[in-house]
Design a protein around this ligand. Structure first.
Ligand code: R5P
Length: 326
């Protein structure tokens, strides 16, 4: 994966790890931070010699998702249709995913969209959403496991994801499903991502999110996805496995980049971002800007400049276009 080469226009103020102009941002070339696993975010679990995960296959798959070079990941979440139907920007999943896949460390999606809408020759790790069975029209917490681990193996998934609904009517059912899925994942060497779904009545604050993340980790989840919040350090510090953040509803690009930068600053192992990428005015530019934050330690301001510069046509192309108009 990540083999595509993109010619960048002259970039704004340099940031740590920023690649040179003639290389794709973060994907190819460019200085990377030295191999450093963050114990704070629990990424040390994948270190060689750790007993925390006994399966080589499981560690290997997790290392495909959370990049060892930075200890972080840019997951592209395109699983929204599993309960929302044709979400804006994802009406035609194939069209949305194809240009973004080269910039994603991982695609998070359902088996239906994977089979129907992703070219099997694409070299990008897959985290398969395996929980579902409800819709936006019903009680969302009443989810079950809708895809077997055997199917995940058949689909060459690098991980599986399931939502837990702590504090919701079907809390127990979703937590027991998580525990069973972890058993199954351990048997097959496939890491499990617990997604902390937040019910309508729940506050997205550090107290609640730390509770949900910690329960997920206690039940054996190998990594957890949650939301960014005030005092997010508390959520990360009290969760012994890596934590990634969802993007949530669409924000202006600058704010979405600030969200990502704050999250990694506060210990997140990256993002599992959907709408703030695929609903952007320029999704391909946006995912590259997010990568600059997550893997290049760019500030939000630097990443936003990158986003804007990627929207401008390359100078030579612009000149050719102007000439053609004359
Ligand atoms: C929701 O449960 C879905 O799993 C999405 O993957 C998740 O919400 C992340 O997407 P977004 O960044 O759009 O919130």
């Amino acid at each position: 994966m990540c083999s595509s080469s993109v010619i960048l226009p002259p970039s704004p103020a340099p940031f740590k790890g920023q690649p040179s102009e003639d290389t794709a941002p973060v994907l190819t070339g460019g200085r990377r931070r030295p191999y450093k696993l963050s114990e704070r975010s629990g990424t040390a679990l994948i270190q060689e010699g750790s007993n925390a995960m006994s399966s080589w296959g499981l560690k290997n798959r997790l290392a495909r998702i959370i990049r060892p070079a930075t200890g972080r990941t840019v997951m592209l979440a395109v699983d929204h249709g599993y309960f929302l139907g044709p979400t804006s920007g994802l009406e035609s999943p194939a069209e949305t995913i194809a240009p973004l896949a080269p910039y994603a460390d991982t695609l998070m999606l359902t088996r239906g969209v994977l089979r129907s809408s992703v070219d099997p020759r694409v070299d990008v790790p897959i985290v398969l959403r395996v929980s579902g069975g409800t819709s936006i029209l019903s009680e969302l917490s009443n989810e079950g496991v809708v895809t077997t681990m055997e199917d995940a193996v058949r689909l060459n998934a690098s991980g599986v994801a399931l939502s837990i609904y702590v504090g919701s009517p079907y809390e127990r059912q979703t937590l027991l499903s998580l525990a069973a899925l972890v058993d199954d994942g351990e048997r097959h060497g496939i890491p499990v991502l617990a997604v902390t779904a937040v019910g309508k009545d729940m506050a997205r604050d550090a107290r609640y999110l730390a509770l949900a993340c910690r329960i997920a980790a206690e039940l054996g989840a190998h990594f957890v996805k949650t939301y960014y919040c005030d005092n997010f350090e508390h959520v990360v510090r009290t969760c012994p496995v890596p934590v990634v953040i969802a993007g949530g509803k669409k924000l202006p690009e600058k704010e979405a980049l600030e969200l990502a930068a704050s999250a990694v600053r506060d210990g997140a192992s990256g993002v599992d971002m959907g709408r703030n990428i695929f609903q952007s005015v320029n999704p391909v530019a946006m995912i590259q800007a997010v990568r600059a934050v997550v893997h290049g330690d760019a500030t939000a301001a630097q990443a936003y400049e990158l986003f804007k510069s990627l929207q401008r046509p390359a100078p030579r192309k612009a000149r050719a276009k102007a000439r053609a108009k004359r």
